[in-house]
Write a protein that binds this ligand. Structure first.
Ligand code: ATP
Ligand code: MG
Length: 755
């Protein structure tokens, strides 16, 4: 994508108003209509008196349903929301906003992803077709082939906004345009395998939540590799921040990961027997949230699809059993009831049969497991002693075990998919698609939100910097005087506050306290306050709760620090993990191979131990390095309403998202420069009339220059602009285009209407 996407391409017209005001406005006389301002797009039910300088200006009507919001001469929040809303109601779910493609979830199936659409977008310039995810994908594909440059498509948005659906469309499009039309992709073909990676990932990585029946609980970066001739040559998946806590607890209206239900509803008798699964969904503690099925979805059918996808991937029977065994083990862990000895208060196993079942499936001796769980051997000073555990401690270590099993099982699964798909030979190019949660502000924000918001802060910085580079390039190419500001720097103080090690930032401080024997969440929070409260204006101690407030680019967010030390350490019972590394089930043993060397201290010395913050920071650094080596394309998905209903747009909700996802930030940045641009020909054609006929008409030379093509475009435009007596700071004349500050074209439109 180039800076020319910010061009002002439209022309002419009248005004732009909030939806509910449009009807009455349309009945007004033309002149009165033109004087209308947008009073308030948000409070649409009643009139409010506001100061004139606080209202946003209306765009001329030619810009109604503008394909690109950068075209709007009055670039303000109200006009952006209005434009999205009017397009959305007409089933135009995709809209450009400068460098962004904004995609609003239609919540219904639209006939815009079929073969005809694919052919429409294939090999077409972006500006020649209506906005679409295919247009962006095609642009990325062409850029890659023509410029031999890796590409990335960054898809973000709230939960349920449509990130994963759009990501699938990107891959579907790439698979379609690279598969010769006369060949059908057969079962087991490479394109099929790439497409089938998705249902597998969704079974294990997605879950039903209040916001989305198929919510991805992890972020992913899928790189599709291409040969020089443009054939898909491989794929590779990286993943981030899997929500492990869901494995052991879910809120009442949500489910655990799909795979648990699919296994219980779809597995054959023999498989169930092998895993000793004799219960129904409701019989398993980890699936007992209250929400057991998803309307309109058959878990048994989904299991069949999963088995087919496994087959297409070429996973052996043994491998399939291994992957599913982990799920069965977790179900058994959840059902292990832990009681308490009355006299000593020590933990005990309430029903021996439960631990027997678990140990059978997990492949370890029952006695050793019970011992490791209830009386693990720990180092006390120089000696090793058996330490009794309380019920709560044992329960905690069982949950930790279930979570780590799931996470490692997931990591193994993605690695296996990568083994099958990653056929890239050296020197190949790739298009990477990032499907990752957007900025999160909940009522209560914790460590998980900090990780995702930190990620988004970095991604926004990446965008700002990219925009700066492109704008600078465009201004330099057009030889106009303007030092565009790199707004990427604006985000640095918040990023430093989180990731820097010197002075010590939030993550490093947390890591430090995780190894301090006496540190608590409270002492960690106080230490942070002492370090940052007076040093950074982006940091404030929370007034009422234990925590802090951070200023992100999108908003100020309050984080509660309760439980952060535990969340960051992610502690495991070494005795159990060591035992699992000796499991008679090779797959289980493999998942715990790193724990074969005994205690945690040894692993730490060997550099195998990582805190969650460290791991995330490292992963993000690697992701950013990869993104930096690509030409990026930005997709912002928008949730239109909370009811999952089509044709309904909640303006406040949409505006909030535009603020958080950087679309408004992009517009703000654009406005500091010269966001609207017209080629000389376009400018002359549309506004030349002002100097030949209007009040600005002056001299025959000028009139000629404006109305005919005899005079060189640049000179003609300069002459016209002189005659129009615009403030010199309001425009720049480049080598091929005229650049305008925001709002100037509306003024010219006004003059045209007065002719
Ligand atoms: P999460 O962060 O929870 O994973 P998400 O942004 O990935 O959310 P999706 O799973 O892609 O959201 O979309 C949620 C649902 O919205 C889909 O299951 C589908 O029903 C609907 N949806 C989203 N985009 C489209 C689309 N382009 N066409 C039709 N339906 C869509
Ligand atoms: Mg998703």
């Amino acid at each position: 994508m180039t800076a020319s996407t910010l061009n002002f391409r439209g022309s002419g017209g009248c005004g732009l108003l909030p939806l509910t005001r449009r009807l009455s406005r349309d009945l007004l006389p033309k002149k009165t209509r033109k004087a209308c301002y947008i009073f308030d797009v948000l409070t649409t039910w009643y009139d409010r008196v506001v100061k004139k300088n606080e209202v946003d200006k209306v765009n001329p009507p030619k810009f109604d349903k503008a394909n690109d919001m950068a075209e709007l001469t009055h670039l303000n929040e109200a006009s952006v929301v209005h434009n999205l809303a009017s397009r959305y109601m007409a089933d135009m779910i995709y809209t450009y906003s400068g460098l962004f493609l904004v995609a609003v979830n239609p919540y219904c199936s639209l006939p815009i992803y079929n073969h005809e659409y694919i052919s429409t977008y294939k090999n077409q310039p972006r500006d020649g077709t209506p906005p679409h995810i295919y247009a962006i994908t095609d642009l990325a594909f062409r850029n890659m082939l023509e410029m031999h440059e890796n590409q990335s498509i960054l898809v973000t948005g709230e939960s349920g906004a449509g990130k994963t659906e759009n990501t699938k469309k990107v891959i579907q499009y790439l698979a379609a345009v690279t598969t010769p039309t006369n060949t059908t992709s057969e079962i087991g073909s490479f394109e099929q395998q790439i497409l089938q990676a998705n249902p597998i990932l969704e079974s294990f990585g997605n879950s039903q939540t209040v916001r989305n029946n198929n919510s991805s609980r992890f972020g992913k970066f899928i790189k599709i590799g291409f040969s020089r001739s443009g054939q898909i040559s491989g794929a590779y998946i990286d993943w981030y921040l899997l929500e492990k806590s869901r494995v052991v607890t879910q809120s009442p209206l949500e489910r655990n990961y799909h795979i648990f239900y699919q296994l219980l509803c779809g597995a054959s008798m023999s498989m169930r027997e092998k895993f000793l699964l004799d219960g129904k969904v409701g019989d398993y503690a980890y699936l007992n949230s209250g929400q057991r099925s998803i309307p309109g979805v058959s878990d048994a059918d989904e299991f069949k699809n999963l088995m087919l996808a496994f087959k297409i991937m070429g996973f052996s029977e043994q491998e399939q059993t291994d992957l599913l065994r982990v799920i069965a083990i977790i179900l058994h862990i959840g059902n292990l009831e832990i009681g308490e000895e009355r006299s000593s208060g020590q933990a005990k196993i309430s029903q021996f049969s439960q631990v027997e079942k678990l140990c059978h499936v997990i492949g370890v001796p029952v006695d050793a497991f019970a011992k490791a769980l209830l009386r693990p051997r720990v180092k006390a000073g120089r000696d090793w002693v058996d330490q009794s555990r309380t019920q709560a401690q044992v329960q905690f270590s069982l949950h930790a075990l279930a979570k780590v099993l799931y996470e490692r099982g997931f990591a193994y699964l993605v690695n296996r998919i990568n083994d099958v798909l990653d056929r890239d030979s050296d020197g190949n190019m790739f298009i990477g698609v990032l499907d990752i949660a957007g900025f999160e502000i909940f009522e209560a924000n914790s460590f998980e939100q900090l990780c995702i918001n930190y990620t988004n802060e970095k991604l926004q910085q990446f965008f700002n910097h990219h925009m700066f580079v492109l704008e600078q390039e465009e201004y330099a190419r057009e030889n106009i005087e303007w030092q565009f500001i790199d707004f990427g720097h604006d985000l640095q103080p918040t990023i430093d506050l989180i990731e820097k090690s010197n002075p010590i930032g939030i993550f490093s401080c947390l890591d430090e306290d995780c190894v301090m024997p006496r540190a608590t969440d409270k002492s960690f929070t106080e230490k942070l306050h002492a370090l940052w409260a007076k040093k950074s204006d982006k940091y404030k101690p929370s007034l009422f709760k234990q925590g802090f407030r951070l200023t992100h680019y999108a908003a100020e967010v309050d984080y509660s620090t309760e439980g952060w030390l535990e969340k960051n350490k992610d502690p495991l019972n070494d005795n159990i993990t060591h035992l699992l590394s000796l499991s008679s089930q090779p797959h289980v043993a493999q998942l715990f191979a790193d724990d074969a060397e005994g205690d945690g201290a040894t692993r730490k010395r060997k550099g195998l131990f990582r805190t969650v913050a460290q791991r995330h920071k490292e992963q993000l650094t690697s992701l950013m390095a990869q993104l930096n080596s690509t030409r990026p394309h930005f997709v912002r998905c928008i949730l239109p309403n909370h009811e999952k209903r089509p044709k309904r747009m909640d303006n406040v909700l949409v505006l909030d998202q535009l603020r958080c996802n950087g679309v408004l930030e992009g517009i703000r940045i654009a406005r500091t420069g010269f966001p609207n641009r017209l080629s000389f020909a376009e400018f002359r054609q549309r506004y030349g009339i002002l100097v030949t006929q209007g009040a600005d008409a002056r001299g025959t030379q000028l009139a000629k220059a404006a109305s005919t093509g005899y005079v060189d475009g640049q000179r003609a435009c300069s002459l016209i602009l002189d005659a129009l007596k615009l403030d010199k700071s309001a425009y720049r004349v480049g080598v091929t285009k005229v650049f305008f500050r925001a709002g100037i074209l509306a003024e010219l439109e006004d003059r045209r209407e007065k002719l």
